[in-house]
Write a protein that binds this ligand. Structure first.
Ligand SMILES: CC(C)(COP(=O)(O)OP(=O)(O)OC[C@H]1O[C@@H](n2cnc3c(N)ncnc32)[C@H](O)[C@@H]1OP(=O)(O)O)[C@@H](O)C(=O)NCCC(=O)NCCS
Length: 314
């Protein structure tokens, strides 16, 4: 059995404090609840309120994960945050988290891979744990997408939202942790999905149809590749946690996989597309049910275009 690195000790999340339903959006956009629910699977989402941003969400999620793990900030030796919506170009969100959780001097940096960010950063995390650069660390996915989305553009405003998820990882005993990763990117497809920095005039643009087709192809392809090359039987997979872009992407992908839909985790109905946060914000809902020895597959895809997936043994 291949060695597992990066055992989860605790998980936490934070969400924008404004609950915004599809009905609420009907007041400002030419849209309707039925269209959004049917075309995307999203019923409501959480937006940041005054005083909240990607960094405050990352801090709150990190504090929740540390409390869950029973670990203090000063006991960490690395903070890694996947995000594309840091409030400022510098410092990184990870540095702001380090300050807020009482971890001065602890190495901290951000990873930018858009909606594939968490899946990318999980690979970086396990590599650093394996190589000895860190023994116990925070892995965060955080995005405040409302800062880069035009709230008057109905085709994107209904999709994206704000949240953060965090995980405390330690190297572990080789039994539980990440056992394999996939990373990919193709900058030729950059024009399909792009956005300016928070505060910039250039808001998020996407070619929804092309991104949809790409996601439906790459998602099951990565799952099958991880199963095949690690000799894992689909029955051994307890959960697949995909990036939460659109419920129809998940349904179409499931038809191409050997894992039944009930084992595929969905949170977009409540939280929308929270980009790098969409995978880790689901952990608090399922962590207590994790069955040792089984597997969790996380699958990300997004702007870049980027894609990444991880096989985690519980
Ligand atoms: C964006 C997305 C939901 C659009 O769904 P779609 O079925 O492709 O719909 P289309 O783009 O063909 O648009 C159909 C119609 O609905 C309209 N429409 C778009 N947004 C709407 C909204 N919020 N409310 C009502 N109508 C809307 C369009 O203007 C279009 O009208 P037209 O036919 O008169 O031009 C879908 O393409 C999608 O989810 N793509 C993937 C995007 C994604 O996941 N991005 C992030 C990846 S990380």
């Amino acid at each position: 059995m291949s060695e597992a690195v990066g055992k989860m000790l605790g998980v936490g999340r934070a969400l924008g404090s404004r609950v915004v339903t599809n009905k609420d959006l009907e007041e400002t956009l030419e849209t309707d609840d039925a269209w959004v629910t049917e075309r995307t699977g999203i019923r409501e989402r959480r937006f940041v309120a005054e005083g909240e941003d990607c960094a405050t969400l990352a801090v709150d999620a990190s504090k929740a994960a540390l409390a869950h793990a029973g670990v203090e900030g000063e006991e960490l030796d690395l903070i890694l945050c996947a995000t594309s919506t840091a409030p400022e170009s510098m410092p990184s969100v990870a540095c702001l988290v380090g300050e807020a959780i009482g971890a001065p001097g602890v190495g901290a940096f951000d990873v930018a891979a858009a909606c594939a960010g968490y899946s990318y950063a999980a690979n970086v995390a396990s590599s650093m744990l394996k190589g000895g650069a860190a023994r116990r660390m925070l892995l965060i996915g955080a995005d405040a997408m409302t800062k880069i989305v035009d709230q008057n553009e109905r085709s994107t405003a209904v999709l994206f939202a704000d949240g953060a998820g965090a995980v405390v990882l330690e190297k572990g005993d080789g039994e539980s942790g990440f056992v394999d990763h996939i990373l990919g990117a193709d900058g030729r497809m950059a024009p399909l999905l792009r956005a300016g920095h928070p505060g910039a005039e250039e808001k998020l643009y996407q070619n929804g149809r092309e991104v949809f087709k790409f996601a439906v192809r790459i998602f099951p392809e990565m799952v099958e590749k991880l199963l095949a090359r690690n000799d894992v039987n689909p029955d051994e997979v307890q959960y697949v946690i995909p990036h939460q872009a659109n419920a129809r992407i998940i349904q179409a992908a499931v038809r191409k996989m050997r894992i039944p839909e009930e084992r595929v985790v969905v949170n977009m109905d409540r939280y929308g597309n929270t980009s790098a946060a969409s995978i880790p914000i689901s952990y608090p809902d399922i962590y207590a049910d994790f069955e040792p020895g089984r597997y969790v597959i996380t699958v990300g895809f997004g702007s870049g275009l980027t894609w990444a997936a991880n096989l985690y043994r519980i």
